[in-house]
Design a protein. Sequence first.
Lengths: 424, 476
Amino acid sequence: MSIFKKAATAFTCLGLAIATPGLTQTIAITGGKVVTNTAQGHVIGGTVLIQDGKILAVGDNVDIPDDALRIDASGKWVTPGLFSPLSQVGLVEVGAEASTNDTSANKSTFSIALDGVDGFNPKAEAIAITKIEGMTRIAVATGAGANIFSGRGFIADTSGALNSITKGKAFVSVQMGERGANIAGGSRPAAWAYLRNALAEARNYRPGREREDALLTGPDALALKPAAEGRMPLLVYVNRASDLMTLVRLKRAQPKLNLVAVGAREGWMVGKELAAANIPAVIQPQDNLPGSFESLGSTMMNAMRLHKAGVMIAIAQIGESFNARLAPQQAGAAVANGLDWDVAFAAITSTPAKIFGLDDQLGTLAKGMTADVVIWDGDPLELMSSPDYVFIGGVDQIMTSRQTKLRDRYMDLSNARDKPFAFR
Amino acid sequence: MIKQLALAGVLAMASGTAYAQMVEIDKNPFPSTYKPMPSGSVMIRGAHVFDGVGGEMTNTDVLLQDGKIAAFGQDLEVPDGTSIIDGTDKWVTPGIIDVHSHLGVYASPGVRAHSDGNEVTSPVTAEVSSEHGVWPHDPGFNRARAGGVTSMLVLPGSANLFGGRGTVLKNVPSRTVQGMKFPDAPYALKMACGENPKRVYGQKGGPGSRMGNFARYRKSWIKATAYKKSWDDYREDYVKWEDKQNNSKDDKGKDKKDKKAPKAPKRDLQMETLMGVLDGEIIVNMHCYRADEMAQVIDMSKEFGYHVGAFHHGIEAYKVADLLRENDTCAAMWADWGGFKMEAYDSIRENIPLVHNAGACAIVHSDSGVGIQRLNQEAAKALADGNKAGLNITQGAAWSWLSSNPAKLLGIGDKTGALKPGLNADIVVWSGNPFSVYSRAETVFVDGAILYDRNDKSRQAVSDFELGQPGEGDDK
């Protein structure tokens, strides 16, 4: 069944859900293999009941109201929607065209004060192509600004609605390692000195009582304050084992900080230390080349070894826009190299929700959770599987994109003279 | 090997012949020194097989002998001294061939000193050759082998209209590039369409537009046509002259011997590469995203009488797949990359299967040291997307995107790329179906020798660079 045809089917069987954006209609997804991401585990032949945008019940013994719309998911997998822990989806349309690219602003006066939400375009092509691959939530980070800090990232859904921000001002990110050293003036010590000073300035910042020798602008200091006080995650791009140890030392010195390591290519070398410091890692498991001198220890075993050491891991196609959707392939690579399937799947669903403090709403299939639900035609980590249905907040999504429309236009190249492609 | 035979000329004169021999250009001054590793007779028993040319067979034996595929089929007899690999639950395929790699020329680690893949000094650098930029110790070669890649085309980058020659390598550990060169494989010529050349040279004297790109391609081909003619004329004149020397008296007994032999044209490295294309000896591999540009390049190739082997990246190949079929031009593509620049904006996930379905030659390529390690996975995604859109392509057929189509493009299809008796035993044994994300290459044979074994550290190459570094010899 083509995605196009499938969308048509979705219209047919979920006509109500589409027509009245659907929240009053109770939906029962029955018969599938339900991956709950909770202690309930996998429920074979289970039912997921959705009402008012929330999950009403999950299990193999769920009472289905008579008026519920039933979707038969026999032979299918039913899972929480995927959650990218770090992307740039919606900040850029065409990477190389600066006019369409709001990912970074190294000529700006500001850094942390930059609010990614101001650059987010829910109508960007990448939103729909991400959604129809089963990814319903995205953490979106801006790139570097005037200094090692990026602006504030946010969490959004991929519905394409103009009000699709789940959580604004959700985190701050900062470049360390080779890149950070370069930005900060030429060395790692320069980058760490800048970071420590910035955290201190932010904590001590009082509006109207700015210090004259402050390095951060007032708005930047104000924006960093929640992260400096540990009320907001601070994502730190760092790969080399020694740099990760510096991060661990920072955490020991300032235990309130909510630090997350991003990249962490050599994380496996310091897994116990990261776990003890309670620092989760956002990783890209396929990265196994010594692409730089800070990633000589790169291996696809990183995910499995970090998990074994007790580190919480989230998996991403890090910083991608167009291909944030490939996170399941990354997770699959981790499984092929020893990571438990459930941990790998959590790493692209519930673990990101946890990192951003949204695990009371997202990432699992359980009563009361937001109904981000995907019905897959097979194992979601498998290369040849894809979603048949995607629900965001209980709303059935249209499964088309600019890509599927181009495909349908050129599917049949015959009769090009009789009917121009632009009329198709 | 043909040499510029100055020495032979001297000898000829010394031995009494009065004239020098015809000057010919040595077309292979950096010859392959590759020798297959010693290998015994190996039988892979009872495996699931993709033969690389469309076929899929279960419970099949594959016999490798003397570095070649000796036989495959059901219940083969086991010759004496054959070692057996149990193929139960395993898949056997021809080795993967990547037609778009920059391994060695953009080696890991990606420090500035390792940037040897683009001669960004002029938009026309047909005179350079990727083999002179390859660092054989790039750890990426070993990673790619662990991903089932047995041969590859290492290309210059796409900054230039004419980027230079590409070189086909066997993916074997070696101290020298010559030790990796695929014996008797033709060179490729890398060309580039579109945004890259005009972006790189727009502020440096041009080209600054697609119009400028085409003008410079054509100027170069005009020059190359003249250069080729100068050599063709020289050879013709020489033969005539030589003929005269051998019949040096006319009817009246008068000596009609010319004093001087015709003079060979001056060598021009840049033009030698383009002449190689016009002579059909070097295969054009052109970086080209947009369908309309592909159509124009095909017209240009007809204008000057050469053939385009493949369009690389070919983001919009699906829009002109019929044209590609009619012109016997391959498209080498990614499964799902796109969006990073305007000419990549119309990427679709069904590009590869739609090109295949139109009867054109589809190839999965990497252009990436990471992607090259899992080209089988890229094929899997493309296959699934195509079939979900309503096509009906088998897994066996899809393997042709990874081995036989690439081999055909590179001019090595008579040597590798399929499970055919007599071809090189470039073979991969997979832990399961290679279209599953959970499967991995277990054993990789190049010319019958095991050059990678996931379960045997002594068969896992460690590059010089990684010795003594974090993660040396680790599972990668």
